[in-house]
Design a protein around this ligand. Structure first.
Ligand code: GAR
Length: 215
């Protein structure tokens, strides 16, 4: 992997994170290329966005498979056919099975709209407001066998305002999601992410002071 890799993005819905990655690639902010977008949802708007940018798309229907692992075996087959090196989950609403995790160990990333390990799971912007936290945010992490439990790559904090609704808070978090996802991909393609147990060490880049760069 010479500062660039072949990416697949797995989606289920609107695809704004996918769009942020496409934009980053088109602007040259990352050097990797999205080779494939896979969805478990035929209606996902993310598929339209990918097609508009000339990216190959695949809808794979979970209902056609007996087990979740069978489904993931089909996905992994396509990933291997396309020599995918990094898998980015971007609003992908299925949990990946241990089989998939093992096949792509430390090569599957996910974006989550909270500061893990706080608020794993779904509807977490609402849960953060209801809990009364003053700060939430977003996390890019490697995917392991658990739900939102894998080693954390980058996090960004977002304040919760007095009059926030789940919608206003989600919109502010989303902006930061778009920033940190491309940043995480850039670090990956540069070979700078080293997983050491639960921790992800970020090797410093040439001429770069990471204490200033990574927050
Ligand atoms: C994003 O906020 C993402 O963090 C979240 O779904 C949204 C997808 O938006 N993912 C999860 O909650 C995963 N558990 P998008 O389709 O516009 O990228």
């Amino acid at each position: 992997m010479e500062n660039s890799c072949r990416i697949a993005v797995l989606v289920s819905g609107r695809g704004s994170n996918l769009m942020a990655i496409i934009d980053a690639a088109e602007r040259g902010e990352i050097r990797s290329k999205i080779e494939l977008v896979i969805s478990d949802n035929k209606e996902a708007y993310a598929l339209t966005r990918a097609k508009e940018h000339g990216i190959r798309t695949l809808f794979i229907d979970p209902k056609e498979f007996k087990t979740r692992e069978d489904y993931d075996r089909q996905i992994v087959k396509h990933l291997k056919e396309h020599q995918i090196e990094l898998v980015c989950l971007a609003g992908y609403m299925l949990l990946v099975t241990p089989y998939f995790v093992q096949e792509y160990k430390n090569r599957i990333m996910n974006i989550h709209p909270a500061l893990l390990p706080a608020f794993p799971g779904l509807d977490v912007q609402r849960k953060a407001i209801e809990y009364g936290v003053k700060v939430t945010g977003c996390t890019v992490h490697f995917v392991d066998e658990g739900c939102d439990t894998g080693p954390i790559i980058i996090q960004r904090a977002v304040p919760v305002l007095e009059d926030d609704t789940p919608e206003t808070l989600s919109a502010r978090i989303l902006k930061e999601e778009h920033n940190i996802y491309k940043e995480a991909i850039r670090l990956f393609e540069e070979g700078r992410l080293v997983v050491e147990g639960r921790r992800v060490r970020i090797k410093s880049g040439r001429n770069e002071d990471l204490s200033l760069k990574i927050d």
